[in-house]
Design a protein around this ligand. Structure first.
Ligand SMILES: *Cc1c(COP(=O)(O)O)cnc(C)c1O
Length: 365
């Protein structure tokens, strides 16, 4: 190669491809490919965003103090141990940059979120995938792959795209099996959707141990993905490390303002969660009635498995294309090694009715 040569690992990265946002020819779009909250953002968050236009010439508060305090009030966390990022993606990448590197390993679960291997390779570390059991992270399989080179274990809980989760007990057992030098990163991007008694976002582990980080996002239940906003709750040591390397103004003033209003609009979040529960339960029943398999999900998306319906020639691509021809966008899963599946976000009831209609036509056609 001539010219500048990127660092080792960079060219091994398969670029992340987001959910589709266009369906040429369709007169209306039903966008169910990126798990964006069905209701859109809280009206209060949108108002706070609009009210900021007179301040656009000012730099934001680089410490995002108002936002960290709003999060702290909402959950009872110490704002000094909260670090905000331009999406939780930025925080995951920063953690990889600070704690992993050439000669080290970053561990994740086989069908875990694709950003984990990307973050690992981008800093020259080796991404190691542990096998799953029934599309669920397997604590023993993860622990069996920990060695002296391991620096980070990334776990999405619940996981995207499988919708499965580790219980609080399983998370505790995973943490207990890790050496102290390994950082456990619990990516709880969908935590607000989950209400099962055996689930924990991981905050208690953060409070008890210096080697646990929990990350959260405003992109999913808060539906503010366009603003790029996430946060991490961690020990003061990890917070100190992240604050040294993040951009001094990594969060925009509009994201801070909208984020505070969204965090305080507790009612809106609750309404979104209840709607998601209702629509997901309804949708799962309908899809199962068509003879398709749906993997159990506690989040705002489901993984529909076409392999039983299709037998040998399982390829849900035709179903996806049929939906797309009607303006319905869902997510292809081959990059996750789940080529038999489509991931479908839970939208409004009318939107889910259109999806069911489309799938029914595909099954019967
Ligand atoms: C969507 C998602 C995120 C990232 O969200 P940001 O928009 O970067 O905050 C992180 N983790 C998982 C598992 C996700 O699905």
């Amino acid at each position: 190669m001539t010219g500048p040569i990127p660092n080792p690992g960079i060219l091994d990265i398969a670029p992340y491809v987001g959910g589709e946002a266009h369906a040429p020819g369709a007169d209306r779009l039903i966008r169910l490919a990126s798990n964006e909250g069905a209701l859109g953002p809280s009206p209060k968050a949108m108002e706070a965003y609009r009210n900021l236009t007179g301040e656009l010439h000012r730099y934001p508060d680089g410490t995002a103090k108002a936002l960290r305090e709003a999060i702290g009030r909402r959950y009872g966390y110490d704002p000094a141990r909260i670090v905000c990022g331009a999406g939780s993606d930025e925080l995951l990448q920063l953690l990889a940059k600070c704690y992993a590197g050439p000669g080290t390993e970053v561990l994740y679960s086989r069908h875990g979120f694709l950003i984990y291997p990307i973050a690992a390779k981008s800093v020259g570390a080796t991404a190691v995938a542990a096998p799953e059991t029934n599309l669920k992270s397997d604590v023993d399989a993860l622990l069996a792959r920990v060695n002296e080179r391991t620096r980070i274990v990334f776990i999405a809980n619940p996981n995207n795209p499988t919708g499965s989760y580790l219980t609080a007990r399983e998370l505790t057992r995973l943490h207990a099996g890790l050496p102290e030098h390994v950082l456990l990163v619990i990516d709880a991007a969908y935590a607000e959707f989950v209400r099962t008694n055996d689930y924990s976002s991981g905050a208690e582990l953060v409070e008890s141990f210096p080697n646990v980080v929990m990350t959260r996002t405003f992109s999913k239940i808060y539906a503010l993905g366009g603003l790029r906003l996430g946060w991490a709750y961690c020990s003061s040591n990890v917070a100190d490390v992240l604050n040294r390397v993040r951009g001094p103004f990594n969060i925009s003033s509009s994201a801070i303002a909208a984020g505070v209003a969204a965090m305080e609009d507790v009612e809106f979040v609750e309404k979104s969660r209840i709607l998601n529960d209702e629509n997901r339960n309804w949708f799962v029943e309908q899809v199962q009635a068509l003879g398709l398999k749906v993997h159990p999900s506690v989040a705002n998306f489901v993984l529909v498995d076409f392999s039983e319906q299709l037998g040998q020639k399982a390829d849900p691509e035709a179903a996806r294309q049929l939906l797309k021809s009607r303006g319905i966008l869902v997510r292809q899963m081959s990059s996750y090694g789940l080529g038999n599946c489509l991931r479908i976000s839970i939208g409004l009831r009318e939107e889910m009715e259109q999806v069911v209609k489309g799938l029914a036509d595909w099954v019967h056609g």
